[in-house]
Write a protein of this length. Structure first.
Length: 107
């Protein structure tokens, strides 16, 4: 599973940020490592230099073998909160998707 972290011009990308995001995703998506080929994380600051509530956006796009990409979005005031929320949403989406696929295969 390849994890790619992208930031916009308003969020400074760093090794520390990339490590945090990669570790968070790797731990949470451990169950899906055989099914996910790539995860793209896009972090952006919607208000640039102005601070504001929910101005940090985290979008995660998961490429799942044999299926259309799964995309989730979250916004928060802080990067870590936005990442955590997006990872949680992605996990829920993948749980639902794999549950439906298993149910289809049983029929």
């Amino acid at each position: 599973m390849i994890i790619q972290v992208n930031t916009d011009k308003n969020i400074k990308g760093s090794d520390r940020l990339e490590t945090f995001v990669s570790e968070k995703i790797s731990k949470s998506m451990k169950r899906y490592t055989d099914q996910i080929t790539r995860l793209e994380v896009h972090l952006s600051d919607q208000n640039a230099v102005k601070s504001g509530k929910d101005d940090i956006q985290c979008r995660i796009e998961a490429r799942v073998k044999g299926l259309s990409p799964v995309v989730v979005n979250s916004r928060s005031a802080k990067i870590d909160l936005a990442v955590n929320a997006s990872v949680s949403k992605l996990k829920s989406s993948l749980d639902s998707l794999t549950g439906k696929l298993k149910a289809k295969q049983m029929k």
